[in-house]
Design a protein around this ligand. Structure first.
Ligand code: GLU
Length: 281
């Protein structure tokens, strides 16, 4: 077994629950002879709260986990994400999108059809065809805009089939077009999950990306971004999700399954670990 570097990358937007405990323990176990990192994915300034950040470190330590310091905090790295965006811009792969949610809904209604991707309805491409003059005019007058990836052009520039490997599921051919022209820098945040995650995994030398199978499709897009940004290609392993007693995946709003509540109810870290292993059979 190679000595992998893995990471657990929570967003401090709620209390950690059993699903997070599983993801963190899974990542740490895959790095038993390597390096285990924790990364704070805190670019969503509207939902992040400092008390969640403090609590997540307490919860992980309570579970018995130890990780390398210092912890990378994504909100400290907007200037770095900008460099990635500039590279994509220099390849002519980004365009400003001024659309509001309402504009997008109206455009979809007009088109009478709405292809769906993993993150919902695909962007209908309205701003892809704006003229250079219109873009300059709208940017100049201060209209808010996101930056979207022209995915068809990006695939054409990549010029070859890109493959990626899930250690447990095998080799996949990347199909990033399932996301359409995805947002890489949001109107309110000069980055996005998809951009920051690939840049940080590379910066931190992550060799094995472990995360829940709900993000398996995201890897198709990440593989393309890795190629365009000239980053090393890691290995992936997408693990199963922890479900509640009704078979639904746990969400941050399920307070009852938070590690805090379980601890208050007298659970020991060992009991959490056993409970998670039990579900595995
Ligand atoms: N911040 C992401 C989450 O909480 C992590 C995704 C990943 O590991 O790539 O779902």
């Amino acid at each position: 077994m190679p000595d992998h570097t893995t990471r657990f990358a929570p967003s401090p937007t709620g209390w950690l629950h059993l699903g997070h405990a599983y993801a963190a323990l899974f990542a740490a176990r895959c790095a038993e002879n390597g390096r285990f990192l924790v990364r704070l994915e805190d670019i969503d300034g509207t939902r992040v709260r400092p008390e969640y950040e403090t609590a997540l470190f307490e919860d992980l330590a309570w579970l018995g986990l130890r990780w390398e310091m210092p912890v990378l905090k994504q909100s400290d790295h907007f200037a770095d994400y900008r460099i990635g965006l500039q590279r994509l811009e220099s390849l002519g792969l980004l365009y400003p999108c001024f659309c509001t949610r309402k504009d997008i809904q109206e455009e979809i209604a007009r088109a009478g059809q709405a292809p769906h991707g993993p993150d919902g309805v695909l962007y209908p491409g309205t701003c892809r065809t704006l003229s250079a003059e219109e873009r300059v005019l709208r940017q100049g007058r201060g209209d808010a805009y996101a930056l979207r990836l022209d995915v068809a052009k990006a695939i054409a520039i990549a010029g070859m089939e890109l493959q990626w490997e899930d250690r447990a599921r095998g080799v996949f051919t990347a199909t990033p077009q399932i996301f359409g022209d995805v947002v890489l820098a949001r109107k309110d945040t000069p980055a996005s999950y998809h951009l920051s995650v690939v840049m940080d995994d590379a910066r931190q030398g992550v060799t094995l990306v472990t995360r829940g199978e709900d993000l398996l499709e995201a890897t198709h897009l990440h593989r393309l971004l890795i190629h365009l940004l000239n980053l090393p290609v890691p290995l992936w392993e997408h693990h199963r999700l922890i479900l509640d007693e009704n078979g639904r995946r746990l969400a941050k709003r399920d307070d009852a399954r938070s590690l805090r509540s379980l601890r208050d109810a007298g659970w020991s870290p060992q009991r959490v670990i056993e409970h998670l292993e039990l579900q595995e059979r």
